[in-house]
Ligand binder design. Structure first.
Ligand code: MG
Length: 425
């Protein structure tokens, strides 16, 4: 059972430390403690998919070109990526976590939220912290993998807690951080952090907020909520809530809706409508083809854009009736593109997807064959967080800003918050 609405929840966010690297270290223990990166070779224009903490000390980061990584760290060992193996190991981790609670939402290959509300309190000794330590110990004992955890009353704060815990460790070894934010102290915990630590605050919004001299989450929390709503619409309303540490999003145990999608990563970022639109038409046709092949129709069309800074934006729209027809998917996706892509920003990836799938019913004699119309709606989360590299990018920015804060105010500043100290075990 999910926790009842309104009750204080206990959410644990689990994030494996340098996951691909940890898996490679298990395979080849001689890699332990060395500067190495998993990814494509530099002479094949490869990119760093994951890098060891020793490599990070030389400035190597995920999503960095491997050539650049090797310039920063001349002794860097490059290990080829083995995705299917990582997926298998990830399956083992998720199974272990599910044995603790089925209330699990997998966020990416190496991250998950657990709603442990039902397991804590009520006279027993179990707390969010003790459960988190138990998870950390079991993941290590049973799978030889190191993980960091954040514990809080909601998903957003739990995830930020993990990020903060990890960012404050720079030993060159797996952070194994644990950061607990007690209920009622969320806003205090968030206040000194940069606004970019919040979900949905990408570089563009960060720059706009900076113009208003809003730099920390605390600045944002003190800003007039109506003014934020006025400036940023629904997103502004969410921002005001999130800045105060309020996030009501539930742990979603499984993706109820299967989805079909088609995505294109451009060789060079694209800023021309014609190219984007032509790509979108091809994608709509491909999605329609896959739907027809599986005798399915979809009720929701979604557009996804990855910007040149690796952040994502998505919009979706619900159709008046389900369809498998390319023109209907095209029309809906085009409307979404015109809403999402306003300023001519360079686009790195474009994708069209459909969900809300149902089996095609036989068309009755009097059924209309008109194409359904699209009813645009904005989805809850303005940015989708799903790529490992994207998160590492965010984490990197958070780390950089934390370092700045530290330089400016001393390390006490960075450790401010309810339960500032992480614990290493
Ligand atoms: Mg990770």
């Amino acid at each position: 059972m999910a926790s009842p609405p309104g009750a204080t929840r206990t959410i644990i966010h689990v994030d494996l430390d340098a996951f691909y690297c940890a898996v490679e270290e298990k395979r080849d223990p001689s890699l332990r403690g060395t500067a190495f990166a998993v990814g494509g070779r530099a002479d094949e224009r490869g990119v760093v998919a994951s890098c060891s903490y020793a490599a990070r000390r030389s400035g190597v980061r995920s999503a960095m070109a491997m050539g650049m990584a090797q310039r920063l760290c001349p002794h860097l060992i490059v290990v080829p990526t083995r995705h299917s193996h990582y997926r298998a190991v990830s399956g083992g981790v998720m199974a272990l976590l599910r044995s603790i609670t089925p209330q699990l939402e997998q966020l990416s290959i190496d991250e998950a939220f657990l709603d442990v509300t039902e397991l804590v309190g009520d006279g027993n000794e179990v707390t969010g912290r003790s459960l988190a330590l138990e998870i950390q110990r079991r993941v290590w004992d049973e799978l030889e993998l190191s993980c960091s955890l954040g514990v809080a009353s909601n998903k957003m704060v739990a995830k930020i807690a993990t990020d903060c815990g990890k960012a404050t460790v720079s030993t060159g070894q797996s952070p194994r951080a644990l950061c607990v934010v007690e209920a009622g102290t969320e806003a205090d915990f968030l206040a000194p952090l940069p606004v970019s630590a919040l979900w949905g605050v990408g570089p563009k919004l960060e720059a706009k907020l900076k113009e208003l001299r809003i730099e920390t989450i605390g600045d944002l929390a003190h800003w007039d909520e109506r003014d934020l709503a006025h400036r940023f619409g629904k997103h502004g309303v969410d921002l005001a809530k999130h800045a105060r540490g309020i996030d009501r999003r539930e742990v979603v145990t499984e993706r109820e809706t299967k989805s079909i999608s088609s995505e294109t990563t451009f060789l060079q970022d694209v800023s021309e409508w014609e190219t984007l639109h032509a790509t979108l038409l091809e994608q709509a046709q491909s999605v329609s083809f896959q739907l027809k092949k599986q005798k399915l129709q979809a009720s929701t069309v979604k557009l996804k854009i990855r910007w040149s800074d690796f952040s994502f934006s998505t919009r979706q729209t619900t159709l008046l009736s389900s369809t498998d027809a390319a023109p209907a998917i095209e029309a809906a996706a085009t409307t979404l593109l015109s809403k999402l892509w306003i300023g001519g920003e360079p686009v790195r990836l474009l994708g069209v997807g459909v969900s809300g799938l149902s089996l095609v019913r036989q068309l009755g004699l009097f059924d209309s064959v008109d194409e359904p119309e699209a009813v645009p709606e904005e989805i809850e989360e303005p940015e989708e967080i799903e790529l490992d590299s994207y998160m590492d990018e965010r984490r990197q920015r958070l780390q950089e800003t934390l370092s700045l804060l530290e330089a400016r105010f001393g390390s006490a500043m960075v450790h401010l918050g309810a339960h500032p100290k992480h614990e290493s075990h």
